[in-house]
Design a protein around this ligand. Sequence first.
Ligand SMILES: Cc1cc2nc3c(=O)[nH]c(=O)nc-3n(C[C@H](O)[C@H](O)[C@H](O)COP(=O)(O)OP(=O)(O)OC[C@H]3O[C@@H](n4cnc5c(N)ncnc54)[C@H](O)[C@@H]3O)c2cc1C
Length: 471
Amino acid sequence: MHTTVFERHSVSESLIDESLAGSKNASFWVDDVEIPSLSRYAGTTHCDLAVVGAGYTGLWTALLAKQRHPEWRVVVLEAKTPGWAASGRNGGFVESTLTHGESNGKSRYPKEYDLLDQAGLDNLDAIEKTVKEFGWDCDFSRSGSLAVALEDHEVEWLKESADGEREIFLDQAETLQRVNSPTYLAATFSPRDTAMVHPGKLAKEMLRSVRDSGVEVFSHSSFSSLNASTEKVTLGLAGGEIHAPRVALATNAFPSHLRRYRLHTVPVYDYVLMSEPLSAAQKKSVGWTGKEGIADLANQFHYYRITADDRILFGGYDAIYHYGGKIRRSYEERPESYRKLASHFFTTFPQLEGLRFSHRWAGVIDTCSRFSAFFATAHQSRVAYAAGFTGLGVAATRFAADVMLDQLDGERTWRTELEMVKSMPMPFPPEPLCYPAVQATRAALDAADHNYGKRGLFLKTLDAFGLGFDS
Ligand SMILES: Cc1cc2nc3c(=O)[nH]c(=O)nc-3n(C[C@H](O)[C@H](O)[C@H](O)COP(=O)(O)OP(=O)(O)OC[C@H]3O[C@@H](n4cnc5c(N)ncnc54)[C@H](O)[C@@H]3O)c2cc1C
């Protein structure tokens, strides 16, 4: 069996213990900013659009709705506080891809891939423009990304994928000039396709602009029932009711209120560490002045980036599905995942030995079997629903908001006519089948990572049916 670089160069248990000793189990991003507390919904309201969920999907939907229809009364209901879930816990990679990468997009939507690729770039450009226009203070920078090869066979993959323009091949010396890690054998640099952002500041600034545009946003207002007549939809909450001719459901990994889509996503826990700020000497030892987002290439991959105040976020690798698909606070504490991440961090950057982690946290990803968002309508298109971003939704949520608004406007647009929008992913099997199926897939992915990336029969069969598990 082939070993990974993290197994060949593992680090001492005491180094891991010390690095994690003072860390807090909370997302750094929402610890670093204060998102205003809003009132709880009470009473009866009639509005033009009700949005459920105040993560990026819900906030983009509200903001773009007011741009399309300034006269509309728009209400957003949030079960906890805006941005508390995935939108306040992610890596802050704002990626242009709408299809979870080029190869997934090309294999699933070969005829429209070029259109989806351009739409993703336009979407990222539109986000950048909005950040500037609204003056969002969210550390947005179009710094690009590096895909780094840690094994010889991955160097070959990079040579094949590099086109010299969107993806520029860097040999080992060129890679180390950018970021200094003894694990790097080569990289590709993608200058246009990725921006980096502070996810908590982004949520806070989006909320500010949403409210400035006249949208009413309520915290701690979880809706529990949805009833539709021919004219309107009624959302029932503990504090009252909302009547609207249009409803957008932006609830991500949380159970879908359209029951028939409950099995189209599974909640998968992804784990993250955030370091303390690097000293000037530590920074010099790493380089990384371009502040590119970095990801490695195995099935079980890491993503990492450096913040505006020179902390390193290091996340990924484990992707944990719990039997029954519940979302629970207790699942956010998983010492073995944090210890693995700390170990892999110091294998990547041994020169940072002694650096400590200030925060550790987990977040839930809405994994779907095709890895990119799906779109559904119900009740004569009065209700629109988008989910399934599978760990790449910071930018794609804006595109999804536009799709939902097209659908709720009753318009046929180039977006609503896309194969990606009209088709649905295969649902996951119900329990007791789902858990063993996910475990078997994870084991097969791990086996491929230990066999020079070669996919075994089980994975090839899933590939043939367009099924998969990712984060
Ligand atoms: C650890 C982690 C790292 C990630 N890294 C990246 C990355 O670097 N780049 C990237 O592109 N993507 C990343 N993602 C994915 C990205 O964060 C998500 O795709 C995106 O934030 C989804 O936004 P959302 O608004 O759909 O979901 P969420 O932010 O999860 O918001 C959904 C909201 O709906 C609310 N809600 C649910 N049910 C109800 C109800 N009944 N009533 C009222 N409100 C309700 C919830 O309270 C929640 O606030 C990551 C995700 C995680 C967890």
